[in-house]
Design a protein around this ligand. Structure first.
Ligand code: ZN
Length: 342
């Protein structure tokens, strides 16, 4: 990107009410068959327009084509039985009924490639596409086949690489892997988490990103955050290995979080998507609040490597609030651009 401080969002944006119940995760589709195909495309266009009207520089599909950032990808794979469900604790935090791995996992056909081609046709702006990361995928399943988190993660890494190569060929500029699990399973992150992520990006020429956050603004997450104390140092665990990895961008939660900003020094040299919008509150940030967070980050991230972003996805927010937050992000980034060029 030639533009200084290019803005983007971490991932999902609210769905229109005619496609799925808004302000709800895992909300079922209200349409089916061909109507659903068209409905998702219409929602993608709306979501793209919302980003463009707000002046967002790197745009996405707003994740309009998926019900959930992890499960929708897994639904397209063989080896997973969605009828056979078990209750597991996701990210050591909350119980969820999840599908079971019953055989070798494989990708029989592309998952998001057609959607990415559709988005590519509709804009000349740089586009970013999100995929779940291997570790976050295994954490959203019950494994009755490999019986090893690591083995399953390597299998998913291979599958993600197949998808990522096709997304790149479809014209995606940045492929992002969502790894909120990196904030929880520190030993595994360092043993094989980052290695499997590197496997997922193997051979890619487009830019690659990893998004590590403290989750959507749902109750299980906000309750968990209350237990983390006044300083959140979780990023410290994965940062040294990420700094030496071949991932280009690291997307982080920085606004209203208790992450000490100086931790960013540990990934000096990487491009950083600095979360400057809190997705766990309906309060819309002022441009000055956004600018403040970016200013703090600039102490540890070189200006040409700073990408203003949201803390996480905004699917659980109302469209009106999400729109306000997108505008605030743009306006806050513009304040800093002016300061830097003064
Ligand atoms: Zn997130």
């Amino acid at each position: 990107m030639k533009k200084l401080l290019p803005t983007s969002t971490a991932g999902s944006l609210p769905k229109p009410s005619w496609l799925a119940q808004p302000e709800k995760l895992w909300s079922p589709w209200k349409l089916s068959d061909q109507e659903l195909v068209e409905g998702k495309q219409d929602a993608l266009l709306l979501s793209l327009q919302e980003q463009q009207l707000a002046g967002i520089d790197i745009v996405s599909d707003g994740e309009q084509s998926r019900q959930h950032f992890v499960t929708t990808f897994i639904e397209h794979l063989s080896g997973v039985d969605f009828e056979k469900r078990e209750t597991v604790k996701i990210r050591d935090r909350y119980d969820a009924s999840v599908p079971t791995v019953v055989g070798a996992v494989a990708r029989q056909k592309p998952v998001f490639v057609e959607d990415a081609k559709f988005l590519r046709q509709k804009t000349n702006q740089p586009i970013k596409w999100a995929l779940p990361g291997p570790m976050t995928m295994i954490d959203t399943l019950y494994d009755n086949h490999y019986k090893s988190r690591e083995k399953l993660a390597w299998e998913f890494a291979k599958i993600l690489n197949q998808e990522a190569r096709e997304l790149e060929a479809a014209g995606v500029d940045i492929i992002q892997f969502d790894e909120p699990a990196f904030n929880v399973f520190f030993d595994e992150v360092n043993d094989w988490g980052i290695a499997t992520l590197e496997r997922a990006i193997e051979g890619l020429k487009c830019e690659t990103a990893v998004h590590i956050c403290y989750g959507y603004g749902i109750k299980a997450n906000t309750d968990w955050k209350k237990t983390l104390g006044s300083e959140w140092r979780q990023y410290e665990e994965a940062f040294p290995k990420l700094q030496t990895s071949s991932i280009d961008l690291i997307s982080l939660e920085c606004h209203n979080s208790h992450v000490p900003m100086d931790l960013l020094e540990l990934i000096r040299g990487k491009k950083v998507m600095v979360g400057a919008i809190d997705v766990a509150t309906n309060t819309i940030e002022t441009p000055e609040e956004v600018a403040n967070t970016l200013r703090k980050a600039l102490q540890f991230v070189d200006a040409d490597k700073l990408y203003p972003c949201t803390n996480c996805g905004m699917a659980p927010l109302s469209r009106q609030v999400a729109r306000g937050k997108l505008n605030a992000l743009s306006a806050g980034a513009e304040i800093i651009r002016k300061e830097l060029s003064a």
